[in-house]
Design a binder for this molecule. Structure first.
Ligand code: DGJ
Length: 736
């Protein structure tokens, strides 16, 4: 890992031996992007386009360089570059035109943290950070660009800080976390879109001239699009090809914009700044952007995922939960919905314990006056008609049965029918003179207000302070509307969406730091706020309310592009499935969940004795394998038949592999497909735990493995391979 300056060329080169990132000064004034890709020993500019005359555009002196074609590292508006700026600010002069001038660059002793935003962290020696200082000659804003390169992950972390050193306010309307220039060429663009119960679907299309954008105005990051883009070689696959990608470490509104110009060059950005964002910087104030994680992979999407998984596992997840096996849980939602009672909890928790589960999570319903979503949100008082003795009695009951106890909250919302709303109608986000919109009979609390945050923290401390809660499921089911705060002046109303997220992070920081032993699960109507920022607090996340095994294969594959499998909750539920009505075998439901953060979500009394025995075996197997699974390398495998999906985890030392092959429909007349493994050691011998057969890693990866015919739709086949000489994991065919 190094950050090297070449003064004669005016360049800086960041590399970790696998990737390189290069910038160059133009006449000591302007910062250009020169290279991002596989590691270079040194950069001499061999690939830089030669100056060539272009007519009728904005020329840079007599150099045959043009402002609208230069690869600006951090572009601004109004000075001859007509593509999307990364920074828009208006100062005392009133013009949005900027002239960003380089001031200096320096290598920092350590990676800078943040008091307000989640950012990646690194111990000394694990990363190096470059800071580039610039000034906007028009507004006077002082801007510092940060670049962190990691030793163990092929990721460049990017963020910006802007300060107002003047005596008059500045108004920011856009400040991107990253702006990446890619050379002219043919590319595809991959993004992830979705909706409730169909999250993280993959959209891949050729990039074309013009702007292609996704984003969020929902107040939270990802009800419709993940804060992510990948710009790739059109031939790239799961296992091969160049992929440039970026995710934002942020849980609110964002813009992800990719622009291909008339000459084929690409500018790809991610950050804050659309009509829902303005920020006033008073004299002396500083604003910092969320962090963005940029990665380059030469090994297709799997290479990209491995970089993201590594950086999130080691530099983002709460250290207390890094590499720590998660308990196998039973969640009450699909089994009880709102109709919870101590009797039901006792019955379910007793059965869960018998089947080997470790945690009982009491979902929604415990505080509601009725059995629906119409009331009580915000009051957070247990309904003792449902649970005599309150939450403490429920927790004691569950603990007495030998399980940990988890509790659901949705702290950010308030019901119209609640004492809290009646007492503090001004605590919600609302525009004076308009009826605030309702969503699920709820309003959103104004988390930009300190007294609202204090109220929520007091509620959470009241419950967590008892020491009887081992786990919190933190839900958020209410998209942002009426984003106006009674506590902010008119010129700061455009700050509300971002201030909401900053307020949320402040609450999460205090509560997760106060109770590090408590495991927090993030949720937002499923995966509507599943992003890298949330991972700083939530070591696991509810991926989707859709628990149907077939649909889950798509949803989990989409999320696995970005997030490591152990943070993605995957539950075995009842059939017919509550969301799709589909019936799939119990074995399939387990197989589809087993590589992820496994849980169960069903009424166990409705299972037959045979099903309960099967669940007990599944739980035992999952517990035996979870240590290496949760630290292993996750692979999505290319398959030849539409409707098939193969995923696997290979242990860090390549001695074990668990693959799951899902086939939507049985095809009696089709060719038998061979499923190729990934990430094995080609020189080692692997025993198939089910058959006892021994195969070479090379053959399994090159020729693949065919499966015994299975006359069933929605069938899933698990293959456990253990390196012959390795016995330390003690796997046997029983593990299947
Ligand atoms: C939405 C979540 O995604 C579900 O898992 C469940 O917790 C409900 N909310 C409860 O209201």
């Amino acid at each position: 890992m190094s950050i090297c300056f070449d003064e004669s060329r005016g360049t800086v080169h960041l590399t970790n031996g696998r990737i390189s990132y290069v910038m160059q000064l133009l006449d000591g004034r302007y910062l250009l992007h020169r290279y991002f890709g596989p590691a270079l020993r040194r950069w001499r500019g061999t690939g830089v386009p030669q100056p060539a005359k272009r007519s009728y555009t904005t020329e840079y002196g007599d150099t045959h360089l043009y402002f609208d074609a230069l690869p600006w590292e951090f572009p601004v508006a109004g000075r001859g570059d007509y593509r999307r700026p990364a920074f828009s600010v208006t100062g005392p002069s009133g013009t949005p035109v900027s002239e960003l001038l380089f001031q200096g660059w320096r290598v920092l002793d350590k990676k800078p943290g943040s008091d307000t935003l989640p950012v990646t962290f690194a111990a000394p020696g694990e990363s190096e950070t470059l800071a580039v200082d610039c000034v906007d000659a028009v507004s006077g804003a002082a801007l510092t660009l940060y670049y962190t390169i990691f030793a163990d992950a092929d990721v460049i972390a990017r963020r910006q800080r802007v300060t107002n050193p003047g005596t008059r306010p500045l108004c920011l309307t856009s400040l991107q976390s990253v702006s990446l220039q890619l050379p002219a060429g043919s590319y595809d663009l991959l993004t992830l879109y979705g909706c409730h119960a169909r999250e993280a679907q993959q959209s891949r299309a050729p990039l074309h001239q013009g702007v292609q954008a996704v984003g969020s105005r929902y107040g939270s990051s990802s009800p419709r699009h993940q804060p992510f883009w990948a710009v790739l070689d059109p031939a790239a696959t799961e296992t091969a090809g160049s992929v440039y990608s970026c995710m934002l470490v942020y849980s609110g509104n964002f813009n992800a914009v990719v622009e291909q110009d008339a000459f084929g060059a690409v500018r790809a950005q991610m950050g804050l700044g659309d009509e829902s964002f303005t920020w006033t910087l008073a004299p002396g104030e500083t604003f910092e952007t969320p962090e963005a994680l940029l990665t380059y992979s030469g090994q297709g999407f799997n290479g990209m995922s491995h970089s993201f998984h590594t950086v999130l596992r080691r530099h983002m997840l709460p250290p207390r939960w890094q590499g720590v096996p998660r308990p196998v849980l039973l969640n009450s939602w699909e089994g009880m919905y709102y109709d919870v009672s101590l009797e039901k909890i006792e019955t379910q928790a007793r059965l869960a314990k018998e089947l080997g589960m470790e945690l009982f999570v009491l979902d929604d319903g415990w505080f509601r006056k009725g059995n629906d979503s119409r009331s009580s949100m915000g009051d957070w008082t247990c309904n003792t008609a449902k649970l005599p003795g309150g939450i403490e009695a429920a927790a004691d009951l569950v603990h007495g049965l030998g399980l940990k106890f988890g509790l659901w909250f949705e702290p950010e919302a308030v019901s119209r029918e609640s004492d809290l709303y009646r007492a503090h109608p001004d605590w919600i986000l609302q525009v004076p003179g308009l009826d605030p919109r309702e969503g699920r009979h709820e309003y959103l609390l104004d988390l930009s207000r300190a007294e609202v945050r204090r109220y929520l923290l007091d509620v959470l401390h009241r419950y967590l302070g008892t020491g009887k809660i081992d786990y919190i499921k933190w839900d958020m089911n209410r998209p942002l509307t009426d984003a106006a705060s009674a506590a902010l002046p008119a010129h700061r109303q455009g700050e509300v969406p971002h201030r909401y997220v900053l307020g949320l992070y402040e609450i999460l920081r205090e509560i997760t730091q106060s109770y590090p032993q408590v495991l927090f699960e993030g949720c937002s109507s499923g995966g509507a706020r599943l992003d890298a920022g949330m991972l700083a607090y939530f070591a696991q996340n509810w991926t989707s309310d859709n628990t149907d095994a077939r649909d889950r294969t798509d949803i989990q594959a989409g999320f696995s592009l970005l997030y490591p499998p152990e943070v993605l909750g995957a539950h075995v539920s009842i059939t017919p499935n509550h969301q799709t009505g589909r019936t799939t075998p119990l074995e399939t439901r387990f197989a589809v969940a087993r590589l992820f953060n496994l849980g169960y979500e069903l009424d166990l009394t409705r299972c037959t004795p045979e099903e309960r025995a099967a669940i007990a075996a599944q739980v035992a197997t999952a517990k035996a394998q979870r240590n290496w699974l949760m630290q292993g390398t996750f692979w999505r495998h290319p398959v030849t038949r539409p409707g098939d999906r193969m995923t696997s985890v290979v242990s860090a030392d390549q001695s074990c592999c668990l693959a799951v092959i899902f086939r939507t429909l049985y095809d009696p007349l089709g060719e038998q497909a061979a499923f190729q493994f990934c990430g094995l050691d080609p020189a080692r011998e692997y025993r198939d735990a089910a058959t006892g057969e021994i195969y070479g890693g090379d053959e399994l990866m090159e020729a693949g493995l065919t499966l015994p015919p299975c006359k069933q739709d929605f069938a899933a086949h698990s293959v456990l391979l253990c390196a012959e000489e390795e016995t330390e994991y003690g796997h046997s065919t029983a593990d299947q």
